[in-house]
Design a protein around this ligand. Structure first.
Ligand code: V47
Length: 373
């Protein structure tokens, strides 16, 4: 079910030829593959935005969440050979490869010198030269410095890699990480689930079913997680919607996803350099379609370091209710050509949200409201 569309919005939607989908949504019916593709193809992005905004306002009104977080990418050494990636280096010893010592990684948190934050987000390469204790020690050392901070760490691709490399089940890996301080999983590594695209983009990392299964196990253990789609490289519109539907199916089963984050493909310094990047209109269409198809995932997040602050701000009228975050230092997209700043302060984030006519609310990882500190 959606919020009522205003009479002028109903007119715009009807003129765009989307009246039947508006009726379907108003009746609480779910969108299917063909519906999703129609939305992604519509030239009338304003009409699509009106539909998505109604769904967004039904869930969250004018509230737009943000959080204060720190990103750590502790190593870029990675065995996987994903053709879209500008961050990874295949081997330790490559001139651009790095692996932080635990002191260096924890120093990133320590150097904030007590500055307020609620979350550390950690995503790494699949490094063949590290023992499992590197990751558990990293989590416990971060917790020792700031016990109050939530650790959202390791994509499902990393978890699957740990299970295989260190001879454990997914559940054993997750139990050991939780014992060391893990609080939830980020949504990265999903890329595109469809076989055709996945074989081209990232043939040698965990399969779509493997990715989904790590999240299934995590959700059954009571952990929450996020999910993503890498859009705008070689995938078709059908493959984008297929990806959304597979996420929706798992969410029906477990209810453990908090947030969907579409990740916009950046084309510099990787093997897809010749591809044009998605336009702002493609981005708005995808966000709005995701809001409407993913009727069971509560939050839709715009990750401003990859979208740019202007498109991220605009997205707040195309389904988005969450702007990630202060971030502080981002490597994955900046190595792929993102020209956004490395961090936004709390005041800047709040001003950006207010200027869009929305209400900023600081959240923690589980969307509890954080009182001003
Ligand atoms: O899995 C890599 C993507 C992801 C490129 O859960 C690229 O809150 C675009 O996990 N162009 C990692 N994308 C990032 C990630 C994440 C980010 C923000 C929030 C959350 C969350 C999770 O980055 C990878 C991959 O899909 N990526 N290279 C590129 N050239």
């Amino acid at each position: 079910m959606m919020a009522e569309l205003s009479a002028p919005a109903q007119k715009v939607v009807a003129l765009a030829g989307l009246g039947d989908l508006a009726e379907k949504l108003a009746a609480g019916e779910r969108l299917d593959l063909a519906d999703g593709v129609r939305l992604l193809e519509t030239p009338d992005v304003a009409a699509l935005g009106a539909l998505a905004n109604a769904a967004r306002e039904r869930l969250h009104g004018d509230v737009t969440y943000f959080n204060r977080n720190l990103h750590i990418n502790a190593t870029n050494v990675c065995e996987a050979d994903c053709i879209f990636c500008s961050f990874a280096r295949l081997e330790t010893g490559h001139p651009d490869a790095y692996t932080m010592t635990l002191d260096e990684a924890v120093g990133r948190l320590r150097s904030l010198d007590g500055a307020f934050l609620t979350e550390v987000h950690i995503v790494n390469g699949l490094n063949p030269d590290l023992p499992f204790s590197y990751y558990t020690d990293l989590l416990s050392a971060l917790k020792a410095v700031r016990p109050d901070v939530h650790l959202k760490a390791f994509t499902a691709v990393e978890i699957a890699y740990f299970a295989e490399k260190y001879g454990m089940t997914t559940e054993e890996v997750l139990r050991a990480l939780v014992a060391a301080g893990l609080g939830s999983l980020p949504g990265g590594g999903a890329e595109v689930f469809a076989d055709r695209a996945r074989r081209k983009l990232c043939a040698d990392k965990v399969s779509a079913d493997g990715w989904l299964d790590v999240h299934r196990v995590a959700h059954r253990m009571g952990l929450r997680s996020n999910c993503t789609l890498l859009y705008g490289s070689i995938e078709t519109l059908e493959e984008r919607v297929d990806h959304l539907l597979r996420l929706r199916d798992l969410q029906d089963e477990t209810g453990g996803f908090q947030t969907f984050i579409p990740l916009k493909f950046h084309a510099e310094n990787n093997r897809l350099e010749k591809l044009p990047e998605p336009t702002a209109l493609d981005t708005l269409r995808l966000f709005a379609t995701a809001r409407l198809v993913l009727d069971n995932i509560p939050h839709l997040k715009a990750y401003w370091p990859m979208l740019g602050t202007k498109v991220a701000q605009l997205s707040l009228w195309y389904g988005v209710d969450d702007l990630d975050g202060t971030v502080r230092e981002e490597r994955i997209y900046h190595m792929a050509g993102a020209s956004t700043p490395q961090m936004l302060g709390r005041d800047q984030l709040m001003a950006l949200i207010r200027a869009a006519g929305r209400i900023p609310v600081e959240r923690d990882t589980h969307y509890a409201v954080v009182a001003e500190s």
